[in-house]
Design a protein around this ligand. Sequence first.
Ligand code: FEO
Length: 400
Amino acid sequence: MKNTFKAVPVTERVWWVGAIDWNIRDFHGYQTLRGSTYNAYLIVADKITLIDTVKAPFMAEMMARIASVIDPGKIDYIVSNHSEMDHAGALPEVIAAVNPEKVFASAVGAKTLKELFPIDREITAVRDGETLCLGNRTLAFLETRMLHWPDSMFAYLNEEQLLFSQDAFGMHFASLERFADACDPAILAYEAATYYANILLPYSPLVLKLIEKVTAAGLPFRIIAPDHGPIWRKETGGIIGSYAKWAAQKPEAKAVVVYATMWHSTEKMARAISEGVAAGGLHVKLMDMGAVHRSDVVYELLGAGALAVGSSTLNNNLLPNIADILTYLKGLKPKNLIGAAFGSYGWSGEAVKQIEDVLAEMKVEKAGEGIRVKNVPDAELLARCYELGKMMAEKVRSRL
Ligand code: FEO
């Protein structure tokens, strides 16, 4: 027993042959404190087919798992559902090692793979709705452009009612449990939502359209096998329902107040605004950017109806970690938010206007004029902050 990396059966003919990354903590700005997995799947049909590969440094682990089931040289087809490096990084080496008869990707994927990797052989482009006969099994392809790359597609194994969903329905969670029903539901709920918020949020309108399209097609999903985290084999409707809810971005009775402070004046304002929000009947999450990560803020914003942002002014600018979260949020495009800006300053005080400009760019509706204070807020100023928070809450409540 030399090989300790084993494949895990998903169905009679499908095996998980991915890799576990216990140590990754950053996915281009998204903090992944529980690590991740790069899931690849082997379909042992008449035509033996590998669905996706893994991040390049994990190739040996994946090949060992494949070798625990079959001789990797017997792989006939490789399907690349998504070209990003965490799933296709090992592809050039896998192609060289197993010399498959064919490699398949979406039309954009076929082009992207060649742009990203030194692959000098033909990649066969498949169309949306096209099927591929594996002999005793059939794969159908479904383009999912911009979910979350232009190349992205799903593959559906008809006879097993199994959806290979690449990044969608996944999460960054390293574990030796391969199935969601064997994991702690609280961890799954948190990590799936954090993943959606940090990766898929800007594509929410497309997620809604895709769910509509898949529902109209009437395809049953017995199993959903994503490229990260555990496999859903019971109640697959649960994660699809969560995606529909998150994608709708319907405001709930919740507000997020984020701030950065130099000498606690902006913090005092943040606390007064939070008290006002709570008095207005919303749940409040108060987040000091010096103590939390940007990924946590985005998670809290999922389902929130309001966002207040505060920063002291430093050298005519925002404090760096407020510039950071605003840049991150601008890209993730959260919708349906009521907003407010606030902050203290010593002599110039540009930060509040700069926050308001970004919130306007994000199409966040103003609850009221931003509040600035020179040096330290007095009781009257804090009462204004409280009222701003209350006004924000009232505006959210009028939308519920
Ligand atoms: Fe997991 Fe978009 O790569």
